[in-house]
Design a protein around this ligand. Structure first.
Ligand SMILES: [Zn+2]
Ligand SMILES: [Zn+2]
Length: 314
């Protein structure tokens, strides 16, 4: 998913983040991911969410309210006296299962220690323990980031795709190894990290290009690039004949994050579609079709459905 850098970043951009910026703004928060995972596993009541994760009342309330405001959850009163509500996934919320599945796959592959968020998962349709393969919906072949040509669509553009900040991110008081999504939070833990990784998938490699396109302040950019290299999402390449020239390129681990971006982009384009058109135009190079990703079971090769596996996510 590189090279074609055509795009609308020359044209005046509408204010505010586009679908991709909005989507990454919503899901780019560890507590939100844990709440979504619990909801997809059947949690509905406040106490059930509280029991599923070591979260404070204040943070849980803030995150649930934010998800209700985004129409990812809806609050429904189930008891009048005293009033008690439960939180149900909307169609929009249920539509996030591919994103959680993509994160589960990536964390399992790249985090040395298994975490509570990456237990093995069974495919209900075939009964086998499986790994989801990210595949082209048109030709059914598994795809990697390099198989996809991407350019900005009418709603695209660098600045508008920077994640919106919805909730205050994690406080940083917990230590790194206590993350439930340790690899994911290296990308999601900061809106600029998400934007830089997205830009790297669009083909940017140089400090000045990240700076020019994303308008990220240089000191922040340097810090985020260093962090992404430390987490082995990017690696710095110094060209032997140009000691003054270095590039930041996605590692194998970074490139393998593509299904998360693909699943998030599909959800975003569907739920935050602008009349002008899509944020991204993707083409599967080998079959030539406009690319939409689907997950298939690596054991039986059937297309996965949320109902096939969600009960086993936790
Ligand atoms: Zn294809
Ligand atoms: Zn299967």
């Amino acid at each position: 998913m590189t090279d074609e850098r055509t795009g609308s970043d020359q044209t005046p951009e509408a204010p505010g983040p586009n679908a991709l910026g909005l989507a990454f703004g919503i899901i780019g928060d560890e507590w939100t991911l844990l709440i979504l995972r619990a909801a997809l596993n059947g949690a509905r009541r406040y106490a059930e969410f509280g029991a599923a994760m070591p979260i404070s009342h204040a943070v849980l309330t803030t995150r649930l309210d934010a998800l209700v405001a985004e129409d990812v959850l809806r609050r429904e009163v189930y008891q009048r006296n005293p009033v008690r509500s439960e939180y149900l996934l909307t169609a929009k919320g249920r539509g996030l299962w591919p994103v959680l599945t993509a994160l589960w796959r990536w964390e399992r592959r790249w985090t040395p220690e298994p975490t509570t968020t990456t237990p093995s998962m069974l495919h209900a349709a075939c009964g086998r323990e499986f790994t989801p393969d990210f595949c082209c919906s048109a030709c059914a072949e598994p795809v990697t980031a390099q198989d996809i040509a991407s350019s900005w669509g009418p709603a695209g553009g660098w600045r508008r795709s920077v994640p919106a900040v919805h909730t205050r991110r994690r406080s940083g008081s917990r230590r790194q190894q206590e993350y439930f999504y340790p690899a994911t939070m290296a990308v999601f833990g900061n809106r600029w990290s998400s934007a830089i990784v997205g830009a790297a998938f669009m083909g940017l490699t140089r400090f000045n290009d990240f700076h020019d396109k994303l308008k990220v302040p240089p000191t922040l950019l340097a810090a985020r690039l260093t962090s992404l290299c430390e987490h082995e999402i990017l690696h710095q390449v110094v060209l032997p004949d140009r000691p003054d020239w270095s590039e930041y390129r996605l590692t194998a681990k970074g490139l393998d994050f593509f299904p998360v971006i693909g699943a998030t982009a599909s959800w975003a384009e569907h739920w935050y579609h602008e009349p002008a058109g899509d944020v991204l135009d993707w083409t599967h190079r080998s079959c030539g079709a406009a690319f939409t990703g689907v997950f298939r079971c690596d054991q039986c090769h059937q297309v996965l459905r949320g109902s096939d596996l969600l009960q086993h996510l936790g």
